[in-house]
Design a protein around this ligand. Sequence first.
Ligand code: NAI
Length: 257
Amino acid sequence: MYLDKFRMDGKLAVVTGAARGIGLAAVEALAEAGARVVLTDMNAALLDQTLDALSTRGLNVEGEQLDVTDPSAAQRVNDAVVARHGRVDVLVNNAGIAISNHPAETMSDEVWNKVIDVNLNGVFRSCRAFGKGMLERGGGSIVNVGSMSGFVVNRPQEQANYNASKAAVHHLTRSLAAEWGGRGVRVNAVAPTYIDTEMNKYVYENEEMHRHWVGGTPMNRLGRVDEVASVVLFLASDAASLMTGSIVLADGGYVCW
Ligand code: NAI
């Protein structure tokens, strides 16, 4: 009975920013659990490459180009997917960027707005577009990828734009959970620590960063993409049927200190 709750057979899931990294791991988790997954990403070439690789492995996937900063794109993709499959059961809002090392007192409007537009406005637009259909059909599960940066201020890099965007994603998650909880749509978030991706590998060569990032983590290591994807799968699935408005930390204990 319990293992079945994690199964996603017959479900249709959409993941944003799915061509690589945490988004790709979330696709793998959902597809392995039985879902058909629509990968979306702004990078069409990378998306095609990723789709080819996943299809070769026999995973049940398809793709749609989606730039979450395009105000009408989420609605277009929702309508296309619903026209093909009749519904969207799960939405994972993963697309996100960081522009770090910008002290607040000199951060330009451009650098501030770019991060807010992808990380916060993009999540809102996708929740609005896909959530509306879920509400009309009376069910769905949305998982937003937040960050521990929505709980603590990272050190030593200055990134007020990113930190504020992720704290806002967490409270957007709670706001939508409250509005939609009585109508069958759950909205939760996962808040990861630093993940061992290509982008973060330089930390192993930089003593100061390593001291703060790894030394500041009780588990004394970065996370892996699959460790975030497991939480995404759990929150998306019926195993989390009583959960909405939860922000689940997957941070190796980082915020304990
Ligand atoms: P990544 O940079 O490896 O992959 C992000 C994907 O999103 C790329 O395929 C990119 O093309 C796509 N993307 C970027 N802007 C987009 C847009 N406007 N519209 C659609 N797609 C877009 O990123 P990563 O590391 O996998 O991060 C994924 C999420 O996890 C982000 O929301 C990030 O803030 C969050 N996160 C990442 C952590 C880390 O250490 N890597 C830690 C905590 C949270």
